[in-house]
Write a protein that binds this ligand. Structure first.
Ligand code: Q46
Ligand code: ZN
Length: 323
């Protein structure tokens, strides 16, 4: 297998493009793809301050790395989710990456801010960890970007993530979600910061190769909760289709964005955004979903605490009467 550009030995084959590249030409291919997406979708320019959501995984660190290499003003935000060893290691990788390259990293600790980590939140609310986690990450990224004066939030979602979400949204006919699934979500004013996904045309395998070739030390382990997430099933199904028909994932997403999504957008997002009465962040209701969720979680935790106190007081009383 030879590099299609220089004829040297190829280290990376890309069946969906019917091509193969040597190391330098692969790195150039990757960066050209990112630059093209940024330009074509008018994601940001050199003057913008970009806040990258950094988990410590290959996608977010590759994104931060490539933006910094291209000369963009990109800082990172890591949210400490408190998912056992996985979160500690993720933080270590993000911190180490930022220190080695002299890039600015902000951190938010969910448990310190709200008294509960993702695992405790999920137990308290009796709902899947990913739902509270995803909502918290989206909210905190936007809030931190707004409060720190960033113009854009960038996340490392790749082609596999985006096509898995698309398949899930179609299987459940989530029209509102489909209307909003886009590599660029503009700021519609107020405290809503523009959100972009510069890696959405590159696969997981391609970002992993980019990270490895640049010697980026990322967390290889997946979040333990990802195993229970439906998106893995959708990714598996799409990988099987891709193996039989290279380029299927890319066609699925690009045709959706070009042909189907503009029609879905008409009249789909007729909600008016206003400020949450508790936190001031943008919402369509009086209280935003994040504040509603954490209010419910602290009420339940308080109720449980009172129940436990009453039960132990009763036990002590019974023990005292028996002695
Ligand atoms: S971190 Fe959070 Fe993911 Fe873990 S709990 Fe789910 S949403 S899987 S990207
Ligand atoms: Zn709120």
């Amino acid at each position: 297998m030879r590099c299609i550009k220089c004829g040297e030995k190829a280290i990376m084959e890309l069946p969906r493009h019917n091509s193969a590249f040597c190391k330098p030409d692969y790195l150039e291919y990757f960066e050209t793809q990112v630059a093209r997406v940024i330009r074509r979708h008018r994601m940001f320019d050199r003057n913008d301050r970009i806040l990258v959501g950094v988990s410590g995984g290959k996608d977010s660190l590759s994104l931060w790395h490539v933006l910094a290499r291209m000369g963009y003003k990109a800082a990172g935000l890591h949210i400490h989710l408190g998912i056992g060893e996985y979160s500690s290691l993720s933080y270590e990788k993000a911190l180490c990456f930022s220190r080695q390259r002299g890039l600015e990293l902000f951190t938010v600790d969910l448990a310190k801010e709200h008294g509960m980590n993702v695992t405790e939140l999920s137990r308290t609310l009796r709902r899947a960890p990913c739902s509270g986690c995803g909502l918290s990450k989206r909210y905190i990224l936007n809030r931190e970007a707004y409060e720190r004066g960033f113009d854009t939030v960038a996340t490392g979602h790749n082609l596999d993530d985006e096509t898995a979400v698309l398949l899930g949204n179609i299987l459940h006919w989530q029209i509102r979600h489909l209307a909003r699934q886009s590599p660029v979500l503009p700021s519609t004013g107020g405290r809503l910061v523009k959100r972009v996904k510069p890696l959405f045309m590159l696969t997981e395998r391609e970002t992993a190769a980019y990270a490895l070739l640049h010697g980026i030390d990322y967390i290889v382990e997946e979040c333990p909760n990802a195993l229970k997430a439906k998106s893995l099933l959708y990714k598996d199904a799409l990988a099987r289709i891709e193996a039989e028909s290279p380029g299927a994932k890319q066609r699925f997403l690009t045709h959706f964005l070009q042909d189907a999504q503009p029609r879905l957008q008409v009249g789909a997002d007729d909600h008016v955004l206003r400020d949450c009465v508790a936190c001031g962040q943008p919402t369509t209701a009086e209280l935003c979903a994040f504040c509603r969720m954490w209010r419910q979680a602290s009420e339940r935790a308080e109720k449980r605490k009172r129940y436990r106190e009453t039960a132990s007081a009763r036990e002590m009383k019974t023990a005292g009467e028996q002695s």
